[in-house]
Design a protein around this ligand. Structure first.
Ligand SMILES: Nc1nc2c(ncn2[C@@H]2O[C@H](COP(=O)(O)OP(=O)(O)OP(=O)(O)O)[C@@H](O)[C@H]2O)c(=O)[nH]1
Ligand SMILES: [Mg+2]
Length: 442
């Protein structure tokens, strides 16, 4: 195998800050660092985990005063020799340090390259590599907690256990392949069927966490919906805390949907304000209402807003719905409410109660229980669906009394699909897809 290139990148965001860190990884990392570093010790002399203060020098001129840390292979993030140079967090100075390192022989690291190497060198499985980015991009405490559990290896261990159980079943089946003349006796057939059923149940259980995984990664889809002029956009603005949408007393003010991110009690939401539904012959308004309906269909939680003066009658919320009785300030006496939230968007009355009701309708494990089980992502789901199909086929093959070789083919395919989740198989193409969305320096 060709020796890996030594790579470098700025690991901290570009901008003014207390510290900026340039990370170098690869077989020549220590030598590259020593081209530019002047300190009491050279990187080559330093033991792993040691920090030494010194200067970064290029063409005899000092660029920055820095702390240099050495991690020797294999005890580093990437599993290779790694040097981290922490300097002053100025845009120009950090770029200057990076340029000096690149001139000294390191190649500029593409996005995700450090974590890709960590995976390739066996420092983490693919689910952990994905969790690195989930953790970085987490918009709420809940998402961060689930990502941290995945980074720690929870999902990977569950998949490994599942593969192990599949392998055991396969081994059991293969015992019959070695003695083809005997065939699978009914008793063993039943044991094998039971094992496959058990595998199917475990796959199904993991698949059932896909919705939770999506909500944690993309946000819970919260859609504000109701007749024109009831105060939907006012409610959006109130929840966001700033005037995002136009509000007016003219019905039909909002024509297109407006989407924003919002975090409520540590849970990320994708909140959507929609055009009010009414009879209209205006093609633009009709298109707006078509979008409204499509958003309502895809919502995790619907906030149905009604005007308390117009529709004070008892309103029954549907299962995914929170009903907001808005403009209660216009009522002469306070309404007796049950199952609905009374609000005034002008002064914020009822907001706490509304947030409470929305969280209550959100189908997520409570914050203190998050991370106890997996929350699979879209890629994991696809692998699990494939695994489920192969397992079902192996089950029918067994039932039909096929030659054990045929049943084994299906089981092996299921095993491969499971292996794709953690990257146990070889999977260059999957790697490209995952690491394409990474940030540089990670
Ligand atoms: N008195 C009172 N007026 C409100 C309240 N909430 C909103 N309004 C007013 O109601 C009018 C309509 O508000 P919007 O937020 O634009 O209503 P909407 O549902 O988004 O309307 P469309 O976009 O046309 O569907 C505005 O004049 C708001 O100031 C409230 O709680 N009390
Ligand atoms: Mg509006």
């Amino acid at each position: 195998m060709q020796e890996a290139e030594t790579i470098a990148a700025l690991a901290t965001p570009v901008g003014a800050g207390a510290v900026a860190m340039v990370r170098i990884s690869g077989p020549q990392a220590l030598e590259v660092a020593d081209e530019v570093f002047r300190g009491k010790q050279t990187a080559g002399q330093m033991v792993s985990g040691r920090v030494v203060r010194g200067q970064i020098v290029r063409d005899g001129a000092v660029i920055d005063d820095v702390l240099l840390t050495v991690f020797r292979a294999p005890h580093s993030y990437t599993g290779e020799n790694v040097v981290e140079i922490s300097g002053h967090g100025g845009v120009v100075v950090a770029q200057g340090v990076l340029r000096a390192v690149l001139v000294s022989g390191a190649a500029s690291a593409p996005p995700g390259e450090f974590t890709r190497r960590a995976f390739l060198n066996g420092k983490m499985d693919l689910t952990q590599a994905e969790a690195v980015m989930d953790l970085i991009t987490a918009r709420g405490e809940a998402s961060a907690k689930a990502a941290a559990a995945q980074l720690e290896g929870r999902l990977g261990r569950e998949i490994d256990a599942l593969r192990e159980a599949t392998l055991m079943t396969l081994a059991h089946l293969e015992a019959f392949i070695d003695f083809p003349e005997e065939g699978i006796d009914p008793e063993s057939g039943q044991v094998l069927a039971g094992r496959i059923d058990n595998l199917l149940a475990r796959v199904q259980k993991l698949l059932s966490t896909a919705d939770e995984g999506r909500m944690l990664r993309e946000g819970v889809r919260l859609v504000i919906h109701g007749r024109p002029n009831v105060g939907k956009s006012s409610l959006l603005n109130l929840l966001l805390g700033y005037d995002r949408a136009m509000v007016s007393e003219i019905p039909g003010t909002t024509r297109d949907t407006i989407e924003e991110n919002l975090t409520l009690r540590g849970i990320p939401f994708r909140i959507v304000d929609t055009a009010g539904l009414r009879e209209s012959s205006d093609p633009l308004e009709q298109e707006g209402m078509r979008r409204t309906r499509s958003h309502v269909e895809q919502a995790d939680v619907v906030l149905r807003v009604v005007d308390s003066a117009a529709e004070a009658a008892q309103i029954e919320p549907a299962s995914r719905e929170v009903v907001v009785l808005n403009k209660i300030d216009l009522l002469s006496e306070s309404p007796r409410l049950s199952g609905v939230v009374g609000m005034c968007c002008l002064d914020g009355r009822g907001l706490e109660e509304l947030v409470e009701a929305v969280i209550g309708r959100t189908d997520l494990a409570s914050l203190d229980r998050l991370g106890e089980s997996a929350a699979v992502n879209e890629r994991h789901s696809q692998c699990l669906v494939a695994a489920r199909q192969y397992l079902e086929e192996s089950r029918s093959s067994l039932q039909r009394g096929d030659a054990p070789e045929l049943t084994a083919v299906e089981l092996r395919a299921a095993l491969a699909a499971m292996g794709e989740i953690t990257g146990a198989g070889d999977a260059e193409e999957i790697l490209d897809r995952i690491f394409a969305s990474f940030c540089i320096g990670k």
